[in-house]
Design a protein around this ligand. Structure first.
Ligand SMILES: *Cc1c(COP(=O)(O)O)cnc(C)c1O
Length: 403
């Protein structure tokens, strides 16, 4: 992957991009600006359509100085021209899908991805006259066959929730562009530390900031990154008109988290490899899916498109539901370090059981070859493990106790 030659390194970028000492006070840390409105030095238009890009801050749903600092930091980290922050990852995803797609357009989306996105694509978009095809985007030929004349957007998630299946960003960007479509990548699991989809040809990158970028499990947020023109259009429609914008307080918390993202991701991925190797050699564990393991079916692609392998893995045991009950119990026998909880990317380790029948029925609606392909990865179900920043020996000991 191309080394950023004349740009500062990722650690420097994470700390300094988007931030400058406050002009008036010299304050070194970012100001938290909670104001919803701004006293203007001269009258401005009242409609966003009458207001140019050089306008001052007018109203916080349109833009806010604290949120802007986070957006500029994320754009620098992703190597994108611009960023629009949202109230959550789902607000970012919905904002992008509903702004780009109109009745009569066609969307091709990974058949395995974050359940909220999967359900939005399957239930809401068709109601609005948008055609949706869910395809196994880990197979470029399958995607090629799914594209149509009216395909406007290809949406992938890599690594994909919950089974860590990968999609080839560069190959799919070329394919989408050849068919006149755009490519959006939900890169929440990878973060810009591991993968920078824009550099690989993607048009949009989507993040749940709730996960690694915020990193501490105390603030919901989302973001979409892309070209300046695309993000300006998204600001007008998805932020200003749909309204699901990030609160300045959450932006301030996420700014603090983002500053240590490269260091945290290094620790997450080093610990995750140790935990994955421990699980792979554990007699009670049938299979481990971690992009950093040679046993991952797409390890070659992982090495090509990821600089490191993040902290997410999935593993299979003989009796998932019974093991999950043991893990969650708040008794002597239960987990002590890892929390049995949804979400991921926090400093605390989190684990959750995701049964195949439930997820393919309720969220993914897979059948036939797609169901077979999902089962080939996930069997009857997987534990999704988000390896946190605790000592890896303690994480392994915790797992050993409950397996
Ligand atoms: C959590 C998550 C989302 C949704 O983000 P929220 O902040 O919970 O709304 C979207 N995509 C992926 C991959 C996620 O893990």
């Amino acid at each position: 992957m191309a080394k950023r030659s004349n740009r500062p390194g990722l650690r420097t970028t994470a700390i300094h991009a988007g931030e400058t000492p406050d002009a008036e006070t010299g304050a070194s840390a970012p100001n938290l600006v909670m104001s919803t409105t701004y006293a203007l030095e001269r009258p401005q238009g009242f409609s966003i359509h009458a207001i140019g890009d050089d306008a001052p801050y007018i109203y916080t749903r349109w833009s806010n100085p604290t949120v802007r600092q986070l957006e500029d930091k994320l754009a620098a980290l992703e190597g994108a021209e611009a960023c629009q922050a949202f109230a959550s990852g789902m607000a970012a995803s919905a904002g992008l899908l509903l702004s780009l797609l109109s009745s009569g357009d066609h969307l091709v989306i990974s058949d395995t991805n974050y359940a909220g996105t999967a359900e939005l694509a399957r239930h809401t978009l068709p109601r609005l006259g948008i055609e949706v095809t869910a395809a196994d985007t880990s197979d470029v030929d399958v995607v090629a066959a799914a594209l149509r004349a009216n395909t406007k957007l290809l949406w992938i998630e890599t690594p994909a929730n919950p089974i860590l299946r990968l999609s080839d960003i560069q190959a799919l960007a070329e394919l989408a562009h050849g068919a006149g479509a755009r490519l959006a990548v939900d890169s929440t699991f990878a973060t810009p530390v591991a993968t920078r989809p824009i550099e690989l040809g993607a048009d949009f990158v989507v993040h749940s900031l709730t996960k690694y970028i915020g990193g501490h499990g105390d603030a919901l947020g989302g973001a979409v990154l892309g070209s300046a023109a695309d993000i300006q259009a998204l600001n007008r429609e998805a932020a200003i008109h749909h309204g699901g914008v990030l609160s300045p307080f959450n932006a301030w918390l996420i700014l603090r988290g983002a500053a240590t993202l490269p260091l945290r991701m290094k620790a997450h991925s080093e610990s995750a490899l140790a935990v994955a190797e421990f699980l792979e050699s554990h007699p009670k564990v049938a299979r481990v899916l971690y992009p950093g393991l040679a046993s991952h079916p797409q390890h070659d692609l992982a090495r090509r498109q990821m600089d490191s392998f993040s902290g997410m893995m999935a593993f299979q045991v003989a009796d998932g539901p019974a093991t999950a009950a043991r893990m969650a119990a708040r008794t002597e026998g239960g987990l002590r370090v890892i929390h049995y909880a949804v979400s991921l990317g926090h400093h605390r380790s989190l684990i959750y059981w995701i049964g195949t029948d439930e997820v393919v029925g309720a969220s993914f609606a897979l059948e036939g070859a797609q169901l077979d392909a999902y089962r080939a990865f996930a069997g009857d179900g997987v534990f999704r493990l988000s390896v946190g920043l605790e000592d890896p020996e303690d994480i392994c000991a915790d797992l050993d106790r409950v397996l």
